[in-house]
Design a protein around this ligand. Sequence first.
Ligand code: IPE
Ligand code: IPE
Ligand code: MG
Length: 236
Amino acid sequence: MSAAPNTPEHIAIIMDGNGRWAKERGLPRRNGHRAGAESVREAVETCKELGVKYLTLYAFSSENWSRPQSEVDALMVLLDRFLAEKTPELNRQNVRLHTIGNISRLPAKNQKRITKAKEETAQNTDLNLILALSYGAREEITDAVKRIAEQVEGGNLTSDRITKEILSQNLDTAAFPDPDLLVRTSGELRLSNFLLWQLSYAEIVVTKKYWPDFKRADLQAAVEEYSRRHRRFGGL
Ligand code: IPE
Ligand code: IPE
Ligand code: MG
């Protein structure tokens, strides 16, 4: 479907509040993560309906490794199950899977599954679904700076020719436009090390709803709010 005017081309979401959602129901935190997977499915569908071309989901941060091992393990199992179950559906929906972040820190089983899902969806062209996994923006920017330094050391670049475009091209997100809209669920007013460079001019919508309660109508409302915003990019 082609997008209406003022529809964001790229939406990024900090999917937060799974643990609190579960706690309020007297359930273990992993039940909240499981319920959150259903919201992911719905967000993908809604983006397709709206004609959004890129959806980046913050699924696991570089800081989330500091959680209890049992929760990390549960998240990795859920991720593996999600990709195993949903890859055929992504193909039916013409959705291509990408990842950003330090995938090499994930268990080997997850890495294999991710590679397979990326390969199987590589021909799809409707929506790009980008999962941020073991992702941290400071690590991403540091790695980009290292790569650029190596190019300078190798004599392929001089420091006076380093531009913001070159930095962008060395980030994990090199192939994607910057997000137009950032949504964070669960009411927290912070970026939590997400896409620090790329979100410079994103419009921000924060909702109090926990991620498992964030459904089609909520994403539609966020996009409507976005479409009413006046983006000035420092101009008039
Ligand atoms: C977001 O929900 C999912 C991940 C960070 C993996 P949380 O697990 O952060 O849930 P809260 O914020 O503790 O409620
Ligand atoms: C951000 O949520 C990371 C993800 C949603 C994957 P956190 O729950 O980890 O962030 P903080 O700790 O509240 O900043
Ligand atoms: Mg949280």
